[in-house]
Design a protein around this ligand. Structure first.
Ligand SMILES: Nc1ncnc2c1ncn2[C@@H]1O[C@H](COP(=O)(O)OP(=O)(O)O)[C@@H](O)[C@H]1O
Ligand SMILES: [Mg+2]
Length: 258
């Protein structure tokens, strides 16, 4: 299988503090990877950096996407190539409806001449309706303002709706499971499973193993203090659930989590 994402000895500094201290990771198409770790271990820092968020400085190593070095690329350039990040704390944009936000995103991505996005834009209305039905959201959801007064479950559905609209090749889900009740978790997981195909991959960042019951990972990695301290199969997530991070030599609480 071709390589989608490759991290080569990645070091990341935020506000002069080195948060990620040499991470190697390869994700191939068709794979689901889970990155688990205590609060403050650097999971979100890693996710934001992969999307090119300002303020997250790569101070060593490289990020490759489909064998292309994207370490210094702008977020928009990464999105055009097929990278996607769901946000742990999505921002509210009053005055912009869900439907118009998604359409505008597709429009700006298709301006670059990438035929894939032009095609998605053409079929937007049809796909959007189908996706909303799949996620069991009220059609009225389309006309609400983005994340304005959304419940936790609605925010997560919004993220998955974005995922289904943009159809990226690699989806990075940062704690998409946090704050979801069992039913919402199931619907969101189904949305992600529905998106998956042999050309795509998912990097699921989570503090808890719960979502992994639905979204079966092929590989699980434990991130602690900015390093991957263990990698294994899905059984490792269960071991973590049963024995806790201590079994892996990690203190549960490490600091502030963003
Ligand atoms: N923008 C930032 N400014 C200052 N410190 C940050 C920033 N982002 C992350 N950090 C620090 O980096 C560490 C890792 O945070 P984060 O990546 O949010 O962890 P996780 O997502 O695993 O809970 C924490 O100690 C946090 O305080
Ligand atoms: Mg986080």
């Amino acid at each position: 299988m071709p390589s989608l994402l490759k991290l080569d000895n990645l070091h990341i500094t935020v506000e002069k503090n080195e948060i990620i201290k040499g991470v190697d990771l390869e994700i191939k198409s068709g794979e689901v990877h889970a990155v688990m770790g205590p609060n403050g271990s650097g999971k979100s820092t890693l996710a934001y950096t992969l999307m090119g968020r300002p303020g997250y400085q790569v101070t060593g190593g490289k990020i490759y996407f489909k064998d292309e070095d994207i370490t210094e690329m702008e977020p928009e350039e990464r999105a055009q190539r097929g990278l996607f990040l769901s946000f742990q704390y999505p921002v509210a944009i009053p005055g912009v409806t869900v439907a118009s936000f998604l359409m505008t995103t597709l429009q700006s991505l298709s301006k670059t001449g990438n035929g894939r996005f032009t095609e998605l834009r053409k079929n937007f209305r049809k796909n959007f309706k189908e996706n909303m039905a799949l996620l069991k959201v009220d059609p009225q959801f389309a006309t609400r303002y983005l994340n304005d007064g959304f419940s936790g479950g609605e925010k997560k559905r919004m993220e998955i709706l974005q995922l289904m609209t943009l159809q990226p090749q690699l989806a990075i889900l940062d704690e998409t499971d946090s704050g979801l009740d069992i039913d919402a978790l199931k619907i969101v997981s189904e949305g992600v499973s529905n998106y998956l195909n042999p050309e795509r991959a998912v990097l699921c960042i989570t503090h808890y193993q719960r979502i992994l019951n639905h979204l079966k990972p092929h590989f699980v990695h434990i991130l602690a203090k900015g390093k991957i301290i263990a990698s294994g199969g899905p059984e490792m997530a269960l071991e973590l659930e049963n024995k806790g991070y201590k079994a892996f030599g990690v203190e549960e609480q490490q600091g502030v989590s963003l």
